[in-house]
Design a binder for this molecule. Structure first.
Ligand code: 5GP
Length: 126
C-alpha cells in the first residue's frame, strides 16, 4: 500500500504554479528546477508531474512513458550541465531520498542531481 499522497506538499504547489521555481527543463511528464538551497554548484531536482511519493511508488505505478521521460530527462540534464564522465565531465551524484530513514523532506518523488565539485563519500557511518 503506497503512502497517501499529500497534495499540499511544496512540489505539488510548484507543479500547480502556485509557487515559482527556477526551471531547468520541462517535458510533458517531468519538471526539473534548481534546488532552493543548493548543496553544490549544480543541484537540480527532477520531479515527475504525477502524484507519486517516492522511488518505489513511481516505479510501480507510473506509466512506462512517464518513467522513460523522467529517466531520459535526468540524463539529458546531466549531459547539458557538462557533468557526464563519458563526455569529459568530472562526474555527479544522483540521489533519491525516501521516508524517515532516507530523510525525505518533501513527500513528492524527486531525484537530486548534484555536481560541480568533489562530493565526498556517499555516506558517513551512522
Ligand atoms: P528531500 O530531502 O525531500 O530529498 O529534498 C527536498 C529538497 O527540496 C531540499 O534539498 C530542499 O532544499 C528543496 N526545497 C524545499 N522547498 C523548496 C522550494 O520551495 N523550492 C525549491 N526549488 N526547492 C525546495
Amino acid at each position: 500500500m503506497p503512502l497517501a499522497y499529500d497534495d499540499q506538499n511544496i512540489f505539488a504547489r510548484i507543479l500547480r504554479g502556485e509557487i515559482p521555481n527556477n526551471t531547468v527543463a520541462e517535458t510533458e511528464f517531468t519538471l526539473a528546477f534548481n534546488d532552493i538551497s543548493a548543496q553544490a554548484p549544480v543541484h537540480v531536482l527532477v520531479v515527475p508531474k504525477g502524484a507519486y511519493t517516492c522511488h518505489d511508488d513511481f516505479m510501480a505505478n507510473a506509466s512506462d512513458e512517464e518513467i522513460l521521460d523522467f529517466t531520459r530527462l535526468t540524463a539529458r540534464i546531466i549531459a547539458d550541465k557538462g557533468l557526464s564522465p563519458g563526455q569529459g565531465g568530472e562526474g555527479y551524484r544522483v540521489i533519491g531520498n525516501a521516508g524517515r530513514d532516507g530523510v525525505q523532506e518533501v513527500p513528492h518523488y524527486h531525484l537530486h542531481i548534484l555536481g560541480g565539485r568533489p562530493l565526498g563519500r556517499m555516506l558517513e557511518k551512522g
